[in-house]
Design a protein around this ligand. Structure first.
Ligand code: HEM
Length: 416
């Protein structure tokens, strides 16, 4: 146990106030109980890790497995995927649920197809998508930046990159909308959406096998490692995780990022001046700072101890879940100067917003590209963008892993 006596009572977690602004509670945890056993809203007990140094260690610790089969609650059910009885289980055998050596092999294969070069070549298309979405509401003088902008941009971008034909992309928009509105989980409408997406991806992969193109799905089919290829199931799971991991995260990067800028007019004016002068340096460091300051992924995805682990003075037992709170680690004053201040030009900004270690975000180059295009273009084209509601009227989406706004209503001088 940490030996500092708590001076203030432990904050309540997972309340409405907490969802609106979790940072004071995280400051308390970092100070008084940096690795703390906590009952989650689902009733499951997990360790919350809030200090930067512990967070970084935990993310890279091979004794903390990603495979849910190691969760004490699932220990009796040794299914291949570790997701006992779950529908669509084959889609769950993806990078974020597996460990080496399977993870190493699959990550190597997908990295052959999802290259930085492929992402760089995609930049003009991302710009075109961004401009098209802004064109659709620019003349109205108002918009909901989540619904009209942050939400469709990554869906169309990933569909294009994967090679989903344009005429089918609105189906993905519907399915993804269902998933984001109702959170993850295999039940009800979400389950149906996941099923439809799975069926669609499986058929698309099957079709493309006989007609390879230069899209990412064709790249996944072509990729080989020592003569080994992805199976159709593995390719479908990979396409699914690219959609799933790259979608709500990017929505939140744009939503949380724009909202942070609207609350910091002086930083925003600085960025606008630099964009007007044709510079991109502040935009690049600024996107990293927005990720640190109020990033899309509040908690890293689940990890389970496969051996007893000492972490932050606590003993984590075999089978215990560990949740690394990236949002808390990225505001740790032991690591970042004046961490609660938004400073778009912050140097030495090694935030954990994209994770750390072997599961470090595979899509970071694409996320950076989309974040910079979206936020840069928005500020340039709609320079007097302002919030259309009182900040206290904004609602954050519930959910454990992600942090993001439900809506972001804005006004601006209409442009034609
Ligand atoms: C993994 C954050 C966008 C694909 C991760 C992890 C984080 C993260 C924190 C590690 C999770 C963990 O260790 O538990 C973000 C953020 C994004 C973003 C903040 C946007 C701003 C994307 C995009 C894609 C993507 C656009 C792809 C199209 C992935 C994949 C993994 C991953 C496949 C799993 C990698 C592995 O397990 O080896 N991301 N992500 N992400 N991300 Fe992202």
């Amino acid at each position: 146990m940490h030996d500092l006596p708590p001076e203030t009572p432990a904050p309540e977690l997972f309340t409405w106030e907490f969802a609106t602004d979790p940072y004071p509670a995280y400051a308390w945890l970092r100070e008084h109980a940096p690795v703390r056993r906590t009952t989650l809203p689902s009733g499951v007990e997990a360790w919350l890790v809030t200090r930067y140094v512990d967070a970084k260690r935990a993310l890279a610790d091979p004794r903390l497995s990603k495979n849910p089969v190691h969760h004490a609650e699932h220990a009796h059910a040794k299914s291949k995927t570790g997701i006992p009885g779950e529908r669509g289980a084959e889609l769950m055998t993806h990078l974020l649920n597996i460990d080496p050596p399977d993870h190493t092999r699959l990550r190597r294969l997908v990295s052959q197809a999802f290259t930085p070069r492929r992402v760089a070549e995609f930049a003009p298309r991302v710009q075109e998508l961004t401009d098209g979405l802004i064109d659709a509401f620019a003349a109205k003088g108002e918009a909901d930046l989540i619904h009209d902008f942050a939400f469709p941009l990554p869906i169309y971008a990933i569909c294009d990159l994967l090679g989903v034909p344009r005429e089918d992309q609105d189906d993905f928009r519907d399915w993804a909308g269902m998933m984001i509105r109702h959170g993850g989980g295999p039940r009800g409408g979400v389950g149906r959406s996941v099923k439809k997406m799975r069926r669609y991806l499986a058929e698309l992969i099957h079709r493309k096998r006989d007609d390879l193109g230069d899209d990412l799905i064709s790249g996944l089919i072509r990729a080989s490692d020592h003569g080994e290829h992805l199976t159709e199931n593995e390719a479908a799971a990979m396409a699914f995780i690219l959609l799933f991991a790259g979608f709500e995260t990017t929505v939140n990067l744009v939503g949380n990022g724009v909202y942070a800028l609207l609350r910091h007019p002086e930083q925003r004016a600085r960025l606008q001046r630099s964009l007007d002068a044709g510079e991109t340096g502040l935009l690049a460091t600024g996107i990293e700072e927005l990720l640190r300051y109020d990033g899309p992924v509040e908690l890293a995805t689940w990890r389970y101890a496969t051996e007893p682990v000492r972490l932050g003075g606590q003993s984590v037992a075999v089978g215990d879940p560990v949740l690394v709170v990236l949002a808390a680690a990225d505001r740790d004053p032991e690591r970042f100067d004046d961490p609660d201040r938004l400073d778009l030009s912050r140097g030495d900004n090694k935030h954990l917003g994209y994770g750390h270690g072997i599961h470090y975000c595979l899509g970071a180059p694409l996320a950076r590209l989309e974040g910079q295009a979206a936020i840069g273009t928005l500020l340039t084209r709609l320079p007097d963008l302002r919030l259309a509601v009182d900040p206290s009227d904004l609602r954050w989406r519930g959910g454990l892993i992600m942090r993001g706004l439900r809506t972001l209503p804005v006004q601006f001088t209409a442009v034609r």
